[in-house]
Design a binder for this molecule. Structure first.
Ligand SMILES: Nc1nc2c(ncn2[C@@H]2O[C@H](COP(=O)(O)OP(=O)(O)OP(=O)(O)O)[C@@H](O)[C@H]2O)c(=O)[nH]1
Ligand SMILES: [Mg+2]
Length: 479
């Protein structure tokens, strides 16, 4: 049975926002009580949080689809819908989040570090919130926005200070078992260790962690043995320890050529060149091993390695080794910039909702892209004419109509708002507002005109002021 999983695909779905409600207050003898439709609740986020007690991604291997709950719809009598609940997913320290193309989205190190993997959809405003001096009794409400869907890959890169590398059966797991309280599996056949082991070592006042990875053999970079797959677990360590077997019975091997082989494989893997290395000559309890260790020591020293002779079985040389490692680690820690604060919250993308673009595509289709227009479209109930009119007002106030006109669009041309695979397309009918503006400046050719930033800015401000959803979000930042 698998008990350790260090790479999974995870499919998250944040909760949808609840729809706003369109309702009119009714009381006996007071037939026109005004709009009282409440707002929809926000959909829950899907949030990954580093939890030290979690050591594998196994849970997500078994159930890779995770969904947060939806926000509830608003109701009459100004009742807001309940927010959906955030879904908190605990992950091991050192989990890297990638998109499907392999780009790193977040690197989660440190207890409590948080990544919002899927953002819940905003609730739609009810007609009470949408009413204004100009629109006293709106007969529509805004739709809740869909929650974010996202496919991510999670990879575990163990966070250890020391990594042990070497041939199978060199004694890496044995070393961990005598340096720390960990009890990894040890046996006299190769590839006993199939997944990394982690132990905690205390040497004087320094406490550090030590990990091994499955043994490497020549050609590991081509996938021989267990391959280099597990080397990702040594990427975060501050020091690499070569564990060399001084008592191997294989005639074509000796510790120095073993070292060369492992170094060549590390080089193939890449990215580990700057890590300090030390050499441990293991199994010196065996007389031949002791002799061999003495013979090769000068050569290793000449290459610049610190060399330690130990026996994991007879437990000799361990103290020197663990204190030397503590020294290197203390130095590495001191050299590191101040410990990164834990509990960082990483949001996948900063939303820039200021601009939008209009691009003319083939067949007289004009595509509008931008955070705001796309969001507004998602919030619109297209079966309600008033809601569609409200959308048209919003778009025109943002300057979408004007930009369309400048791009050459004419009444009847197709306008698509949104990306190719998910756009709302309609025939363009310039509204009164845009038409009036066009008349006002008859004789000028918009396409030759330089942008008028001040006027544009003013229009943007006005559009902003008349966006109740935005104001609502500002006053309810946690919804
Ligand atoms: N005599 C002697 N045997 C040792 C010593 N250290 C490890 N061994 C033996 O070597 C064999 C392999 O030890 P492991 O610790 O499993 O080796 P490993 O490097 O973790 O091997 P893989 O997990 O297969 O990569 C076991 O039979 C151990 O008992 C030592 O210092 N002296
Ligand atoms: Mg092992």
């Amino acid at each position: 049975m698998t008990t350790f999983v260090d790479r999974v695909e995870l499919h998250v779905a944040a909760g949808n926002g609840g729809h706003g409600c369109a309702s009119v207050h009714r009381e006996k003898f007071k037939p026109l009580g005004g709009p009282d439709g409440g707002n929809g609740g926000r959909g829950g986020d899907v949030i990954l949080v580093v939890e030290q007690s979690v050591t594998t991604l196994l849970d997500y291997h078994h159930s890779p689809h995770r969904k947060a709950t939806n926000g509830q719809p608003g109701a009459g009598d100004n009742r807001s819908g309940k927010d959906g609940q955030d879904l908190i997913l605990p992950v091991p320290d050192g989990t890297v989040i990638l998109d499907k193309q392999g780009n790193v989205l977040a690197d989660l190190v440190g207890q409590g570090t948080t990544f919002v993997a899927g953002q819940g959809g905003r609730g739609g405003l009810g007609n009470a919130a949408l009413s204004s001096a100009r629109r006293k009794a709106p007969g529509f409400a805004l739709l809740g926005e869909p929650g974010e869907f996202r496919d991510v890959v999670m990879e575990l890169k163990t966070v250890a200070d020391v990594a042990l590398v070497g041939y199978p059966s060199a004694g890496k797991s044995s070393l961990i078992s005598v340096l720390s309280a960990a009890k990894p599996k040890i046996a006299d056949y190769p590839f006993t260790t199939l997944v990394p082991n982690l132990g905690v070592v205390t040497a004087g006042s320094t406490v550090y962690t030590i990990a091994d990875v499955p043994g490497l053999i020549p050609g590991a970079s081509q996938g021989k043995g267990l391959g280099l797959e597990f080397l990702r677990h040594v990427e975060r360590c501050s020091v690499l320890v070569h564990v060399l077997d001084t008592a191997t019975l294989e005639s074509d091997r000796d510790p120095v050529s073993d070292l060369d082989v492992i170094e060549a494989e590390l080089k193939q893997y890449g990215g580990l060149d700057d890590r300090p290395r030390i050499v441990v000559l293991n199994k010196v309890d065996i007389p031949d091993g002791q002799d061999l260790a003495e013979m090769i020591r000068p050569e290793l020293l000449a290459r610049g390695y610190q060399v330690f002779e130990v026996s994991a079985v007879a437990r000799t040389g361990l103290k020197e080794l663990s204190f030397a490692l503590a020294g290197i680690i203390a130095e590495a820690r001191a050299a590191k910039p101040v410990e990164e604060a834990t509990r960082i919250v990483i949001r996948p993308k900063a939303v820039d909702d200021t601009g939008f673009t209009v691009v003319r595509e083939e067949g007289d289709l004009y595509r509008v892209r931008g955070e705001k227009p796309e969001r507004w479209v998602r919030q619109t109930d297209f079966s309600n004419d008033e809601a569609v009119g409200y959308l048209a007002d919003r778009l025109s106030r943002l300057g979408v109509e004007e930009k369309l006109m400048k791009a050459g669009a004419r009444a009847g041309d197709g306008v698509a708002i949104g990306p190719e695979d998910n756009a709302v397309v309609f025939d363009w009918e310039p509204t009164m507002m845009a038409g009036a503006e066009m008349l006002g400046r008859r004789g000028e050719d918009h396409r030759l005109e330089a942008p008028r930033p001040a006027a544009q800015r003013r229009r943007d401000r006005e559009a902003e002021r008349d966006d109740p959803q935005r104001e609502y979000d500002e006053f309810h930042p946690f919804q």
